[in-house]
Design a protein around this ligand. Structure first.
Ligand code: ATP
Ligand code: MG
Length: 437
C-alpha cells in the first residue's frame, strides 16, 4: 500500500449536515449515497472533500490505477465551470504527478490514479476502464441512462484491500442535487430510505439546514418565487413540475387505502399495445371512482383476459377499451380485441371512436381536483405503482401534446377511457337562433 505525501493544508470544516453525509462514505451499507438538498446547501463544497478522500483512499487501499475517480455533471461545460477549479484546490500539488491536463480536465496523482471532471450528456464517449468513486452533481438533471449504461457498470469491477478488513469489491458513488419532480432522483432517493436497498443510503436537507443561506435571503426568495418552485429549490421537496399532463394529481392528496371488496363490480380501462397492454381497475362507490388495481406490461389481449379472470374470478366486469381495438388483433387475424373481450364475458363499453385526447386529459384532471377543491378520483398508490408513476411523469412535448416517448402514456390512456366515458366534461351547449333582419 502506498500513501500520498503528507500535506499541511488546514482541514476543511464541514457543516454538521454535510458531515452526516460524509461519514457514511465508503461504508458497505452506503455504497450508493443520495443527498437531495436545497440550493446553496453546500453540495458542491462537500464534493471537494469527497474527491480528496477518494484520492487518499485509492492510494491507501491499493486500488488499481485502471479505476478512476470522477466528478460528473449534466454537461462537460457545466462540470468544468462548477468543479474544475475546486478540484485543483482540493488536490494538493504534492499529490500530483504532473501539471493538470487543462483540456481534458484531469489530474494524475503520484500513485498513478486519474481524477477527472466529466459531462454526462455524451455518456457514450465515457465508457472506459473502471471507477473507484464517482460523484454525480445535479443528479436530477443528468440522464438516467448515463448512470445505468455507463457509470454503474464501471463501478462493478473495482477491487481493493482495506487494511485490517480484507478484500472488498465494487466502487462507490455519491449522487447529489436538488429535486426535479418525481424523476430518477426521486427513485434513487427512495432506494436509500431505511428498509429499502441494503447498500443505499439517502438524506434530504433544506437550504436552511445547510447553514450557508441567511434566513433573510430565504425570505426574499419566498417573496419572489411561486410556492411550488420555492419548495423544490429551497426545501428540496419533490414536487410535480410544470409541464406535467396530470398536474392536479398529487400522491398524498389523491391517496386511498381502500381495497377491492369481494363481489364488487369492476370497471377496467384498457389500452391496447403489443407487449405493453395496460389496464387500470376501478370500483365506483357512492357515485365516485376509486382506482384500486392495475395490470402493466401484459403481452396481448388473450393474456390480459386470462390475468383479469385469475385475479378477479368472482366479480362482474365492465371494460372500457381504446376504440382502436375494433381493428383486428395482431394475434389472431380473424378476431378483434374487442370481440375477444366480449367473448370472455366482460361488458364492453366503447363508442365508435375515442374521445379526443384533450377531453380525456381534462376529464381526468377535473376528477383529481376541481375548482371547488374536491378530489373526486382517488388512487391506491401501493396497489397502482405504475399508474402513479405515469401520472407523475408524463409531460407535454414541445408541440403541446402528451408525450408518448417516455413510456409513461399507456397507463394514463387506459385510466382515461373509463373516466372520459363515465365522468365526461359536458359540453356546454348553446342554442343559436337565426335572426330575421
Ligand atoms: N462547510 C463549508 N464551509 C465554508 N463554506 C461553505 C461550506 N459549505 C458550503 N460553503 C459555501 O457556501 C456556498 C454554497 O456552497 P455550494 O456551491 O457547495 O452549494 P451547492 O449546494 O452546490 O449550491 P447550488 O445549489 O447553487 O449548486 C459556497 O460559497 C461555498 O463555498
Ligand atoms: Mg452545486
Amino acid at each position: 500500500m502506498s500513501r500520498l505525501p503528507r500535506t499541511f493544508d488546514p482541514p476543511v470544516k464541514l457543516t454538521p449536515k454535510q458531515a452526516n453525509i460524509y461519514v457514511w462514505g465508503f461504508q458497505p451499507e452506503a455504497r450508493f449515497r443520495d443527498a437531495v438538498c436545497g440550493r446553496r446547501f453546500g453540495k458542491t463544497f462537500l464534493g471537494k472533500a469527497e474527491m480528496r478522500r477518494a484520492a487518499r483512499l485509492a492510494a491507501e487501499w491499493g486500488v488499481s490505477v485502471e479505476d478512476e475517480i470522477w466528478y460528473g455533471a449534466p454537461t462537460f461545460k457545466q462540470a468544468k465551470r462548477v468543479f474544475w477549479r475546486r478540484l485543483k484546490q482540493a488536490i494538493p500539488e504534492a499529490w500530483r504527478a504532473h501539471r493538470p491536463n487543462e483540456t481534458e480536465c484531469s489530474i494524475t496523482l503520484k500513485t498513478g490514479h486519474v481524477m477527472r471532471v466529466v459531462g454526462l450528456d455524451n455518456y457514450d464517449n465515457l465508457r472506459g476502464s473502471g471507477l473507484f468513486f464517482v460523484l454525480v452533481d445535479e443528479w436530477a438533471d443528468c440522464p438516467w441512462e448515463a448512470w445505468e449504461e455507463v457509470l454503474r457498470p464501471m463501478l462493478s469491477t473495482c477491487q481493493y484491500e482495506i487494511p485490517g478488513v480484507g478484500t472488498r469489491k465494487g466502487g462507490h458513488a455519491l449522487r447529489i442535487g436538488t429535486p426535479k419532480g418525481f424523476n430518477h432522483c426521486y427513485d434513487t432517493f427512495q432506494d436509500g430510505r431505511p428498509g429499502h436497498e441494503p447498500d443505499h443510503k439517502s438524506w434530504l436537507y433544506t437550504s436552511l439546514d445547510g447553514g450557508n443561506v441567511p434566513a433573510e435571503e430565504l425570505e426574499a426568495a419566498r417573496r419572489k418565487m411561486d410556492p411550488r418552485t420555492f419548495r423544490q429549490e429551497y426545501e428540496a421537496s419533490f414536487e410535480n413540475y410544470a409541464g406535467v399532463v396530470y398536474y392536479t394529481f398529487n400522491r398524498e392528496e389523491c391517496r386511498t387505502a381502500e381495497r377491492i371488496k369481494p363481489g364488487e363490480t369492476l370497471h377496467i380501462g384498457v389500452d391496447f399495445n403489443v407487449m405493453k397492454m395496460s389496464a387500470v381497475v376501478y370500483v365506483v362507490r357512492e357515485g365516485l371512482p376509486l382506482a384500486l388495481d392495475e395490470f402493466h406490461g401484459v403481452r396481448d389481449t388473450p393474456e390480459l383476459i386470462e390475468k383479469i379472470k385469475a385475479r378477479f374470478p368472482d366479480h362482474s366486469i365492465a371494460v372500457y377499451p381504446d376504440a382502436s381495438g375494433q381493428n383486428t388483433s395482431s394475434k389472431n387475424a380473424s378476431e378483434s380485441d374487442l370481440s375477444l373481450l366480449k367473448k370472455a364475458g366482460f361488458t364492453v363499453v366503447v363508442d365508435s371512436t375515442n374521445p379526443s385526447v384533450k377531453d380525456r386529459v381534462n376529464a381526468m384532471n377535473a376528477m383529481f381536483l376541481n375548482t371547488y377543491g374536491e378530489r373526486r378520483l382517488k388512487v391506491n398508490i401501493d396497489q397502482c405503482p405504475q399508474f402513479t408513476q405515469c401520472l407523475e411523469r408524463q409531460v407535454y412535448t414541445d408541440k403541446g401534446e402528451p408525450d408518448k416517448k417516455g413510456g409513461y402514456d399507456h397507463m394514463n390512456d387506459a385510466a382515461g377511457y373509463f373516466i372520459a366515458k363515465r365522468y365526461p366534461i359536458k359540453q356546454i351547449v348553446t342554442k343559436t337562433q337565426s335572426l330575421r333582419m
